[in-house]
Design a protein around this ligand. Structure first.
Ligand code: ADP
Length: 478
């Protein structure tokens, strides 16, 4: 993975954030703890040194230099001569007593003493260069006595500094460990949070390679990703279905065009083959060829009409008119056809039923439904009803025909789908697809209720003109 891409990844950002939070919090608390320990130990040493000074006061106050020297030697030996010193200097600068300071730097060269004439002790930390040149950090107490002589106590801080150093090493190790835990936790949480995204990515990559049957797990344990997974699965399902439909449509087109083209070819061959003595009329073949071509053109045009309706109907062809006029015209046309077949034709038109629609498309929709009703009914009646309200216009075409089996009713609106029982009737299985595409393009829909052997009822519901944005009335356009 290239650096810029890595830097942009969520896992990297979450890891960095965790590392920062853990690092800052642990470093902050360890530094604070260190400061508290350093201050505390310094204070403890100061108190111990002041206690020691108080212990020495009686001998110094009586001005007994020999007693002071004995006390200094005793304390210095007990504590370790290298680790402390005691020094008593008279007001005129004369040295009155001091512990063995052989291992100490020349104490006379101590920085100027800041004590004033009050008896308050002054504590200082000095960096003294030892005889071997090594720096010796020393805590020095200076206190002026009542006779203006100066008592000085020094304590080597090496041991305390060693302990603080040990604490620093331990704290650094703890800080590093906490930082590592932070990095690992951040990485893990980042990876967990993006696990679902990786799943979707993999599924999308497989889909990009054409495997649309692949689905994401419905539950990933992460609500946001579950939503994404659900949306992805629905999308993949829809694409899969569409591809399946496209294949089916392609197959159907190929199949539906092959038969007429084969027939046309046969008829054309007959027309050009000389037949001695046979009474053969080439005009008849040519007539049949024209019929076949018309059928093919009809099929292709209907396909184009469906696609056009699915894309949407242009506003320029939409007019406001009374659907009752279209229904009356259709009734006139189909009544005779139905009656010729021995069917009763009934029409119940409760107009006006104002719609904003493409009139030609409405005629197409209605004639497809009426044509089917007559075609698939051998006895009984065909009835068309129209009723309009302020909200919607309802058009229904009912027949007492063969009906549609429940297992096929869900597919009759698919392109080229024809029920098994209808295969002996003329048709191409596109009429209902077109009817539904037209109804939907007008903001409505079409539904069917049917009982095999008893009949079917197709219902189209369209929004009434008053419920849609107003369009110019048909008469105004004309
Ligand atoms: P077709 O050209 O086959 O009529 P359609 O798309 O109009 O194509 O109809 C699809 C199928 O739905 C038909 O083949 C038929 O099986 C069934 N169908 C449509 N209308 C009716 C009806 N009124 N009664 C029974 N079956 C019907």
């Amino acid at each position: 993975m290239k650096w810029p891409r890595l830097a942009r990844s969520v896992v990297f950002k979450v890891t960095l954030l965790y590392a920062l939070v853990f690092g800052v919090v642990s470093a902050g608390s360890l530094v604070l703890l260190y400061a508290v320990i350093a201050a505390y130990t310094e204070q403890a040493l100061d108190l111990a040194m002041q206690a020691k000074a108080i212990e020495l006061y009686p001998a110094l106050l009586v001005g007994d230099a020999a007693a002071a020297q004995t006390l200094f030697d005793k304390h210095a030996t007990a504590h370790g001569r290298d680790d402390c010193f005691y020094r008593w200097v008279a007001a005129d600068g004369r040295l009155r007593a001091r512990s063995n300071v052989a291992s100490w730097p020349p104490l006379d060269a101590l920085p100027p003493d800041p004590t004033n004439r009050t008896a308050a002790p002054v504590m200082r930390t000095l960096r003294l260069a030892g005889p071997e040149g090594a720096i010796r950090e020393t805590r020095v107490l200076s206190v002026r006595l009542s006779d203006s002589s100066l008592l000085q106590l020094g304590l080597n801080l090496a041991e305390r500094n060693r302990l603080l150093g040990l604490f620093r090493v331990t704290a650094s190790a703890i800080g590093l460990a906490v930082l590592t835990v932070g990095i690992l936790a951040g990485r893990r949480i980042g990876r967990q949070a993006t696990a679902g995204v990786r799943l979707v990515t993999r599924a999308a990559e497989r889909a990009a390679n054409g495997q649309f049957s692949e689905r994401m797990p419905a539950t990933t344990g992460n609500a946001e990703i579950d939503g994404l997974s659900d949306a992805f699965n629905r999308m993949a399902g829809r694409i899969e279905r569409l591809i399946g439909e496209m294949r089916q449509v392609n197959d159907n087109i190929a199949h539906d065009l092959r038969s007429p083209i084969t027939r046309i070819r046969g008829l054309a061959e007959m027309a050009i083959t000389p037949r001695a003595g046979a009474t053969y009329d080439p005009a008849e073949s040519v007539g049949s060829i024209v019929e076949e071509c018309d059928r093919m053109l009809n099929l292709i045009n209907t396909m184009l009409d469906i696609s056009e309706a699915e894309v949407g109907i242009g506003r320029s062809t939409m007019l406001e008119f009374d659907l009752a006029t279209v229904v009356r015209q259709a009734v006139e046309l189909f009544q005779s056809v139905a009656e010729e077949k021995g069917l009763t034709f009934r029409a119940e038109i409760k107009g006006p039923a104002l719609v904003c629609a493409d009139r030609r498309k409405m005629q197409r929709l209605l004639s497809n439904l009426l044509d089917n009703a007559v075609k698939y009914t051998s006895r009984g009646e065909v009835a068309v009803t129209l009723a309009g309200s302020r909200e919607a216009v309802r058009l229904s075409v009912r027949d007492t025909g063969v009906g549609i089996p429940p297992n096929e009713i869900g597919r009759i609106f698919e392109r080229f789908y024809r029920c098994d029982s209808s295969r002996n009737k003329p048709g191409n299985g596109l009429g209902l697809s077109l009817a539904r595409a037209i109804a939907r393009a007008h903001g409505g829909d079409i539904t069917v209720a049917s009982r095999p052997g008893e009949g079917s009822e197709f219902t189209v519901v369209l929004p009434a003109a008053s419920a849609r944005g107003r369009l110019p009335a048909e008469s105004a356009r004309a």
